[in-house]
Ligand binder design. Structure first.
Ligand code: BES
Ligand code: MN
Ligand code: ZN
Length: 498
């Protein structure tokens, strides 16, 4: 798929997408009298309005395009970079529905005329909307069905003469979107393919592709030697070996790391606290946090980010067998704290606990951000359209919130009041992996964060719960049912902006 920039509206592409704001009264009169007449009629008959997302489809005999589509852009004041993503996502989807392979559009140029989104941000948003909408997971489909979902050939964006900033934005957006799609692919792949060895190979490939990345892998023996017992306990029921993957990205001569730590449960059966039907089926996605960490390091290298990063992914499989961990077992984590396994299905926090403590002890990062499909409670609280976050560093929380709003990959802060902070204390151990207070499930996303906080000492830390945002059961404009790669955009925008 190619994204082109051109001064004139490329009328040779198969579909022409023309944006129209509510404030626009010209109705493309100058462009085509015929179109203007049609539009005026449709507006009068109310079969079309200029509300955001409304579509008027026609064909103009004197144009070579097979379709001309006028897309309502809504109110100028409400327009945003996110609406650029959505509008271009809709354009991609429409073009594919018509089984066509290219379109050109003036939407980005129109957005620029509002003078409120800078050209670079427009380029980023446009590339993201287009490339994210163009993704689909088809490798297990027969050829004919693959054909229907195959990527577009090209998109042409109309722009004025100097396109330096726009092109720069497109380049950045392309890297971010392609890394996001790389993550979506990993998350959509089933767990009989994506096991710990597979993820290790993915990390190897990322390291091999950049001279600024080094990979360190702790295998079972080293994990035992170092005492990452909380992580080891989760993997006891699996035939796949546990691993801790550590990617080191050196993009700056300055000291200090930002560590990204991602939950890499390749399948979460729940363990002996087995998940029931309707809850277990999608649990191949429980490595989404880990995949996001790998994808973000890959993006950082491709963007030439001038920062030092760590990408840390504890990889395990939460299975049932004669050797699996039992409810009631007690393990001693890497930092020496003892944990009673109140519930084998609260496994993500166990592997992250060791990963966070180990990363901090060995690398002393200034900032640690963990991402995890940690709690069903987060899906209940926020649905698909935002990840939850907790932490105590106001500045870091605000920077992430801002990056979320800018990128459309939203993260929303949940309260982390003092009253919550002893809810994960154990009765016969330092901690329990489920709350023993109340009914045990209240404020589940927050108490999950409380547990993790006990494994961070000095670093500025934020926990991001992507349980809802990582995998959608519904379609959107530029994301759809299935893996979304949620986390890559917010982290990339955050890292680029700091
Ligand atoms: N991986 C799940 C959380 C999850 C649920 C992710 C739905 C995506 C969609 C996690 O390991 C889990 O099972 N959490 C438990 C925690 C509970 C036992 C304290 C949950 O949410 O029920
Ligand atoms: Mn679980
Ligand atoms: Zn899980």
């Amino acid at each position: 798929m190619k994204i082109k920039v051109s001064e004139d509206l490329n009328q040779n592409s198969e579909v022409l997408f023309l944006g129209i704001f509510e404030e626009d009264k010209e109705n493309y009169q100058k462009f085509s009298k015929e179109l203007a007449n049609e539009l005026q009629k449709a507006l009068k008959e109310k079969t079309f309005s200029k509300k955001f997302g409304e579509i008027y489809s026609t064909r103009l005999p004197n144009l070579s395009s097979k379709k001309v589509i006028v897309l309502g852009l809504g109110n100028e004041n409400e327009f945003s970079a996110e609406k650029v993503r959505q509008a271009l996502g809709k354009a991609v989807n429409q073009t594919k529905n018509y089984k066509l392979t290219s379109f050109s559009t003036n939407i980005v140029l129109l957005a620029n005329s509002l003078n409120k989104i800078n050209p670079e941000s427009l380029g980023r948003a446009a590339a993201e909307g287009i490339l994210l909408a163009d993704y689909s997971f088809t490798k297990y489909l027969a050829k004919e069905r693959q054909e229907k979902k195959k990527p577009l050939d090209s998109v042409s964006l109309q722009w004025k003469s100097s396109s330096t900033l726009l092109t720069k934005g497109i380049k950045t957006g392309k890297v971010i979107a392609e890394s996001t799609n790389f993550v979506r692919n990993l998350v959509d792949e089933p767990a009989n393919v994506v096991n710990s060895l597979f993820l290790e190979k993915v990390a190897q490939k990322i390291a091999a592709d950049s001279d600024k990345i080094k990979l360190k892998v702790l295998d079972k023996m080293e994990l035992q030697k170092e005492g990452l017992n909380a992580l080891l306990g989760v993997n006891l029921g699996s035939d796949n070996s546990p691993k801790l993957l550590i990617l080191e990205y050196n993009g700056s001569d300055k000291n200090g790391y930002t560590a990204l730590v991602g939950k890499g449960i390749t399948f979460d059966s729940g363990g002996y606290n087995l998940k029931p039907t309707k809850y277990i089926e999608d649990m191949k996605t429980d490595m989404a946090g880990g995949a996001v960490v790998l994808g973000t390091i890959k993006a950082a290298a491709e963007l030439g980010l001038k920062k030092n990063l760590l990408g840390v992914v504890p990889v395990c499989e939460n299975m049932v067998s004669g050797s699996a961990q039992r409810p009631g077992d007690i393990v001693k984590a890497y930092n020496g704290k003892t944990i009673e396994i109140g519930n084998t299905d609260a496994e993500g926090r166990l592997i992250l606990a060791d990963a966070l403590a180990y990363t901090e002890a060995k690398y002393k990062p200034e900032v640690m951000i963990d991402l995890a499909t940690l709690t069903g409670a987060c899906v209940i609280a926020l649905g698909y359209y935002a990840a939850g976050m907790v932490g105590k560093d106001e500045k870091l929380l605000n920077e992430l919130k801002f990056a979320g709003l800018e990128s459309g990959d939203k993260v929303w802060e949940l309260p982390f009041f003092d009253e919550y902070q002893d809810w994960m204390d154990g009765s016969i151990s330092d901690l329990n992996n489920i709350s023993a207070k109340g009914k045990g499930y209240e404020a589940g996303s927050i108490t999950g964060g409380v547990f993790l906080s006990k494994f961070v000492e000095k670093a500025k830390w934020v926990h991001i719960d992507i349980a809802g945002s990582a995998y959608w059961a519904v379609d959107g404009d530029y994301l759809r049912k299935g893996a979304t790669g949620s986390g890559v955009r917010v982290l990339s925008y955050y890292l680029l902006g700091n």
